[in-house]
Design a protein around this ligand. Structure first.
Ligand SMILES: Cc1ncc(C[n+]2csc(CCOP(=O)(O)OP(=O)(O)O)c2C)c(N)n1
Ligand SMILES: [Mg+2]
Length: 316
């Protein structure tokens, strides 16, 4: 990867990290309705996948943990923050909230609070792209916990049977809420599971920007060129709890040793970028993210009028 691409990824990753840090603080202050599931640890992988997509022609679905995915796709951060905070000006006028993010203009078909619920939806997008010959592909993110959900397994099968252009991206952080995947899964080889359904499948270390980018591009191109589905398993650390505020009595600090952002910083420094410049990039990303979340926090709460208008339209 060129140094320019690595530094851009670094700036974006720090923006996402700071954006979510500011949201976590807003949650502590009682400003966020519902739980906040942070993406920290998965930023690099999500930016790597996004860099392989042709947006908004390609369409992406995500799980309850989709703030980072949305930002990686280029969703307007102010509208995203307003949505998460339940404010006017949100992606859905603040009526959907953190687990129901939608921004089709950026290729985000939707995120979903039902574990695994977003995966069959991506098959619909892939079938539509195939039928209409748009040249687009669908991408569906889900976790290792969701990999045990029936609709996900049916989707893996159906994607092969119908030969659909969909890239499944399984973020394996070793936990489904407070349950270790080693305990919850009968067989822990997700690649083996995907291959048994007939999918092309590969594993990446999601903390490695080079490997993640290379493999995401390879699989996305393969899906686009062949029209067939593929499966990417990415090992990513879940750097904090299942949700912000989770006491995490069920685990030690194991599995949190590598922060992908530090790893990327090391790579950039080793290519002779001055430390001062790296610190400037971080400070700028943090200041930008804080300003946006502050602006969203100051916006008016989602209004009953927006809800009534939505209900009237839905019933019409
Ligand atoms: C159908 C369903 N079952 C259970 C839940 C409760 N729940 C929310 S997130 C979660 C864990 C999901 O784990 P994983 O898919 O690995 O995603 P991660 O949180 O690790 O990103 C569970 C069980 C839910 N929202 N929906
Ligand atoms: Mg998980």
């Amino acid at each position: 990867m060129e140094l320019e691409d690595l530094t851009l990824m670094f700036e974006k990753a720090h923006f996402i990290r700071a954006f979510e840090g500011a949201l976590a603080a807003a949650s502590d202050a009682g400003e966020v309705p519902g739980l906040v599931h942070l993406s920290n640890g998965a930023e690099i992988l999500e930016l790597a996948v996004a860099s392989a997509l042709d947006l908004p022609k390609d369409q992406v679905t995500g799980s309850h943990r989709s703030h980072g995915i949305a930002l990686s796709l280029g969703v307007d951060p102010l509208a995203l923050a307003c949505e998460i905070l339940g404010r006017e000006g949100g992606l859905s006028e603040g009526l959907g909230g953190t687990q129901h993010l939608i921004a089709p203009e950026s290729g985000l078909l939707g995120s979903n609070g039902i574990v695994g619920g977003q995966v069959p939806l991506a098959l619909g997008a892939a079938l539509s792209a195939k039928t209409l010959k748009t040249g687009g592909i669908a991408v569906s993110y889900f976790g290792d916990g969701a990999a045990n959900q029936g609709a996900v397994l049916e989707s893996l099968n159906l994607a092969v049977v119908l030969k659909l252009p969909v890239l499944f991206v399984c973020e394996n952080n070793g936990f489904g809420q407070s349950t270790a995947s080693a305990y919850a899964a009968g067989g822990t080889s997700l690649l083996g599971r995907a291959r048994a359904f007939g999918l092309a499948a590969a594993h990446v270390d999601g903390t490695d920007p080079l490997e993640a980018t290379k493999t995401a591009h390879r699989l996305a191109a393969w899906v686009r060129d062949t029209g067939s589905p593929a499966f990417l398993e990415a090992s990513v650390p879940r750097l904090s709890g299942h949700y912000h505020g989770d006491a995490e009595r069920y685990r030690t600090t194991d599995g949190r040793s590598t922060d992908p952002l530090d790893r990327l910083e090391g790579m950039i420094l080793s290519r002779d970028v001055p430390e001062g410049l790296v610190e400037d990039m971080k400070s700028r990303a943090h200041a930008d993210a804080l300003a946006i979340v502050d602006e969203a926090t100051a916006a008016p709460d989602a209004s009953d009028t927006a809800l009534e208008a939505f209900m009237a339209e839905a019933q019409a």
